[in-house]
Each structure stands twice: as C-alpha cells, then as structure tokens.
Design a protein around this ligand. Sequence first.
Ligand code: NJP
Length: 243
Amino acid sequence: LGKTAIVTGASSGIGQATAKELASKGYHVLLAARREDRLIALKKEIEAAGGTADYKITDVTSRSEMTALIEAGLETNGTIDVLVNNAGLMPLSFMNKLKVDEWDKMIDVNIKGVLYGIAAVLPVMEKQKFGHILTISSVAGHTISKGSAVYSGTKFAVRAITEGLRQEIDPSHEIRVTIVSPGAVETELTDTITDEDIITAFKNGQPMEMLKAQDIANAIAFAVEQPAYVDVNEILIRPRQQP
Ligand code: NJP
C-alpha cells in the first residue's frame, strides 16, 4: 500500500510546492483548499509528472469540512501518513487601524484551521499508531515586529499548540510532529494585506533574495523522510539576507 499525504492550502505557494514534492517522493497526495480550478490544475500537473493526487474543496475554518477531508484521505489506502496543516493568511496591519475582521480571519484560518486538522487526524493516527503532523508557523512565530502583532500571535500559537501536541504523543506510537517556520517566501501571501502603511513599508524595504516555495517543500520532505525514531521538532529557515 502506498502512503497518503494531505496538504491544506495546496492551491498556492508553499502548499502547492509541498504537494508536488511529496507526490514526487511517491506519496498519494490529497490536495485541499477552496479554489477548485487551481486544485484541478495541480492534480493534472502531478499526474503528468507520474504521481497520483486527488483533491477536496475544503475550508479549514470548518470543523466538519476538515473531518470530511481526513475521511476522504482514508478512502485511498486506509491510512493517513502525513498531514501538512499549511493554509494560512497574513493580512499584516497596525493595531490602531482596527482591522478586526482581518484579526478574526487570521485566528480562524491560522489557529482554528490547524486545531481542526489536528482534531480530525489525531484519532486516526492514534488508531494506526503512526503518522506525521506538520504545521507551518513562521519567523513571525519567534519574533514580533510593528504590524505583525496579530499574525505573530497566531504563529506563536501554532508553535505552542504543535509543541504541546508533540509532548503528549504516546512514545510507543510512531507519530511525529514538526513545526516548519519560514522567513520571507515568494508566494501570494502578501496579497491579503490591505493596510496601505504596511504596503508602503514593504515597497520601501531593503530588497532581498527571498526563499522559494520549493525551499520550504524541501524542508518538509526532509522532516518527513527521516527514519521513524527521528522527530525533527522544528525547522527555522530564513533567506540569508533576512535579519
Ligand atoms: O501563501 P499563499 P503561502 N481554507 O497565499 C489557503 C506560512 N508562511 O504559501 O482556499 C482553506 O500562496 C489558500 O487556498 P484557497 C503562511 O502563514 C508563509 O506563503 O484556495 N485554505 C492558499 O492555498 C501559511 O500558513 C511565509 O484560497 C485556505 C494558501 O492557504 C503558509 O506559510 C512566511 C483558507 C495560502 O497560500 C502558506 O502560505 C512564513 C481557508 N479558509 C510563513 N484560507 C511567506 N510566504 O513568506 C487560505 O513565515 N487558504
């Protein structure tokens, strides 16, 4: 039987690159996100390269959709080997702009989406006694800067939740838990920023060579491919030029 990996936020950026990377390593990949056209295109791309993939339209902020996603993943081989809780948003803003709707969205997607993924997959992995849960935090889950307060808050939370989960795993189970914390990666993540002052600050910032989504996909594949007794707890990865 082959192995199944589920990737949320697979329609873009890091999730898309990770899905392709895991498919190239022989995983059957279940692609999850809201934009169906992109998931269909990615499934075709993976299949054209000799891999296998399915997709399921999923909003990670819905607990029932996350449960249905894990159930769909089980249909292929009867196991879930890897869940990459990757979907996330980063509408940075200064707090006094009171972009409360954006705070709500970040909490829903970045924190609750991860929790719903864990809630759906943990009983499955405990039953099968193996599996690998990965979450995507950030350099912003280690440091706080002006404009990143709420985003950092969500990414600190992701690290806390993931590390707490790791400690609670029954040592007799081959279940691994990994945090991946990227610095600046060239993706569509900044498209959700509406605060003009942040957009201007980005434009006037020091130019640097950013990470590619593939660099993070490589880090995820590294963690996943370790032997079962090795749990890579966290990978913190910045562009060389990022302070
Ligand atoms: O961003 P982007 P990245 N339900 O915008 C999905 C973290 N990170 O690849 O639903 C389900 O290209 C959305 O899909 P769709 C970051 O915080 C990044 O950079 O179709 N999915 C899309 O596939 C995040 O956790 C950087 O709109 C939902 C994906 O999320 C992760 O990396 C640095 C959704 C976003 O793709 C991937 O972000 C860092 C929902 N409700 C951490 N809402 C960086 N890029 O610099 C969104 O430290 N998605």
